[in-house]
Ligand binder design. Structure first.
Ligand code: AHM
Ligand code: MG
Length: 342
């Protein structure tokens, strides 16, 4: 797509051009991604108004139009469902905000794809104007026929994903996605209301200089992890240490920064939470697919995230994700195969 000046390359056009490379493609995945982009624009608008809530009405109250002001994460969840349940391409959905499967309403056409999403991740940061994000993951249905999708359709290994992406609502709104053919980033131009290609074929640096972890949990960590963090803090010119610590506490923001600059993000298991905090299906799998497509690595400390066999929709997993060299060394420490040099 070298012939198209970047500023004219909209997300929709990029998706369509990409799809043309696959003669068997039906255009359904393109439609799905376009619907997601529309939902993202609506959520972005609302996120940008978050600071005005005190002026326009508190959540739970009625606003000036007489509608109840919804919490933003609930709003994002509902927008995504409404934007995605009528296109005819999905057979079932699941959201971090909903315990059970979300079925396509009766009467609407049922399709061959499955959508899993975290509508607004990092929502504890909304009130303080810090970046938050939406994360999504798309699979092909496994169940036969064209009836409603099932749990089996949702509980697929991350390696089965056909597309994944996130939208970061930050200093600007960006959509980053992959269909297994590289990673592309688009920035929302608010004037024209379009996502325009701003980050072509994103590659994560092989090694970074940043580590991201909630160090407040230090006392609960295993020894291997404590040693790894100490290792990153040691002074050694040859291996580029010490690293810098950066932790927003908003997964999409922390991940996005490390994807561009290189580095490692960790949400480990610890004595309090053996499986950490992050959800395999809504957070870890989509970001793992993206990072691998960008040349990075994602692990639970022992195995590839994308190879984990899911048992339930909301299961959690420890996560080590980012530059391949950094994730490899983290694994060595976590597994006790490496020690601090004395
Ligand atoms: P959420 O899904 O309830 O928003 O929680 C997930 C968020 C992630 O964005 C972030 O990486 C993590 O929680 C931070 O957790 P902690 O505050 O324990 O460091
Ligand atoms: Mg979340």
């Amino acid at each position: 797509m070298d012939h198209i000046p970047k500023r004219f390359l909209t997300l929709e056009r990029h998706i369509i051009e990409n799809e043309r490379k696959f003669p068997e493609a039906t255009g359904e995945l393109s439609d799905l991604l376009s619907d997601l982009a529309l939902a993202a624009k609506i959520i972005s608008l609302e996120v940008n108004k978050a600071g005005l809530v005190d002026i326009l009405g508190f959540t739970g109250e009625k606003n000036i139009h007489g509608d109840e002001v919804k919490k933003l994460d609930v709003f994002a969840h509902e927008i995504l469902i409404n934007a995605m349940n009528h296109g005819g391409h999905l057979c079932v959905m699941a959201s971090e905000e909903e315990e059970n499967l979300i079925h396509i309403p009766k009467g609407n056409k049922i399709g061959k794809y499955v959508l899993l999403f975290d509508p607004l991740d990092g929502s504890s940061n909304i009130d303080v104007n810090i970046s938050i994000g939406t994360i999504f993951s798309i699979y092909r249905r496994k169940s036969k026929g064209n009836g409603p999708g099932t749990m089996e359709d949702c509980l697929q290994k991350g390696s089965e994903q056909v597309a994944a992406g996130y939208i970061i609502y930050g200093s600007s709104t960006m959509l980053v996605y992959t269909t297994g053919n590289g990673v592309y980033g688009f920035t929302l131009d608010p004037a024209v209301g379009e996502f325009l290609l701003s980050h072509d074929n994103i590659r994560i640096p092989t090694k970074g200089k940043i580590y991201s972890i909630n160090e407040g949990n230090y006392l609960y960590w295993d020894d291997g992890l404590k040693k790894y963090i100490k290792y990153l803090q040691q002074n050694d010119k040859e291996t580029g240490r010490p690293y810098s610590a950066r932790y927003v506490g908003s997964l999409v923001a922390d991940f996005h920064r490390n994807l561009i600059y290189g580095g490692i993000f960790m949400y480990p298991g610890d004595k309090k939470n053996p499986n950490g905090k992050l959800r395999l299906m809504y957070e870890c799998n989509p970001l793992a697919f993206i990072v691998e497509q960008a040349g990075g690595k994602a692990s639970d400390g022992y195995q590839r995230i994308l190879d984990i066999e899911p048992k339930e929709l909301h299961q959690k997993t420890p996560l080590f994700i980012g530059s391949p060299h950094d994730v490899r060394i983290a694994e060595e420490f976590v597994q006790g195969k490496r020690d601090l040099e004395t």
